[in-house]
Design a protein around this ligand. Structure first.
Ligand code: NAD
Length: 249
């Protein structure tokens, strides 16, 4: 393994760490020496963190849409691990409805998790990182941030907003050692991705991706790890597509 992408002594906070991309990212960092704090709605986050390679990992069960969740999480991180170096906002949901049928509560739930929770986590972590003069924040956006997808009104809106938010945070924090980037995968083979793109619909979607397949969580984790590394200091405010060419044709 390249010495360049090791994360010894790094403290990484990963939301949505009980499943899918967040879980894989947590594993990727832990394997390379980081101490990981995983946050998730699901009980199993504690078990998932306990099974990571290395030591000192911590699972926090928390609904990140609840008021003050982000500041409570960051308080625990600060007290038990120290100032975080890395934040990956991977907690997210995909609730699909035709635009005329989106119920208000599903719209709001999508914005609350995908956008607001990511903002409050970035704000709470950012305050600590700015004080320390170092930080790497990576927000999970999606190809849905840059193209329209059928029945994805709430999801596309939330992901496009994350890209806008990423730009502002990167601008405000660039001079103080904190980079903020978004990553935008095509469909990734996780519980969320496979549920939204099951069966014939998924096969049609794959056929439209130039590489002819969906992404694997490990591929997304490798990109996130690069953006979280010291080597990526000059990359900030970007939305990096990892979509097998889908949005470039
Ligand atoms: N899988 C894909 O196809 C795909 C593609 C592009 C972008 N993304 C984005 O990547 C991120 C991760 O997706 P995934 O595929 O790993 O999904 P996943 O469903 O496998 O994992 C998401 C995790 O977020 C957690 N979560 C949801 N709501 C929460 C809340 N209120 N508080 C705390 N935790 C909460 C869930 O419990 C779950 O463990 C999401 O933001 C998603 O929008 C996924």
């Amino acid at each position: 393994m390249s010495e360049d992408l090791r994360f010894a002594e790094r403290i990484a906070v990963v939301t949505g760490a009980a499943s899918g991309i967040g879980r894989t990212v947590a594993h990727h960092f832990a394997e390379r020496g980081a101490r990981v704090v995983g946050v998730d709605l699901m009980d199993q986050v504690e078990e998932v963190m306990a099974e990571l390679p290395g030591s000192g990992h911590r699972g926090i069960r928390k609904d990140l849409t609840s008021p003050d969740a982000a500041s409570q999480v960051m308080q625990v991180v600060q007290e038990e691990a120290g100032t975080p170096h890395i934040l990956v906002n991977s907690a997210g949901i995909a609730l699909l409805d035709p635009a005329t049928e989106v119920p208000a509560e599903r719209w709001q739930a999508t914005i609350d998790v995908n956008l607001s929770a990511s903002f409050y986590m970035a704000q709470a972590a950012g305050r600590l990182m700015l004080e320390a003069g170092y930080g790497r924040i990576i927000n999970l956006a999606s190809q849905a941030a840059v193209v329209g997808l059928d029945q994805h009104a709430a999801y596309c809106a939330s992901k496009a907003a994350i890209v806008g938010l990423t730009r502002v945070l990167s601008l405000e924090w660039a001079r103080r050692g904190v980079t903020v980037n978004a990553v935008s995968p095509t469909v990734v083979e996780t519980p969320l991705g496979l549920k939204a793109w099951a069966g014939e619909k998924g096969e049609r979607a794959k056929a439209q991706i130039p590489v002819g397949r969906f992404a694997q969580p490990e591929e997304v984790a490798a990109l996130i790890a690069f953006l979280a590394s010291d080597q990526a200091a000059m990359i900030t405010g970007e939305n990096v597509l990892i979509d097998g060419g889908f949005t470039s044709v």
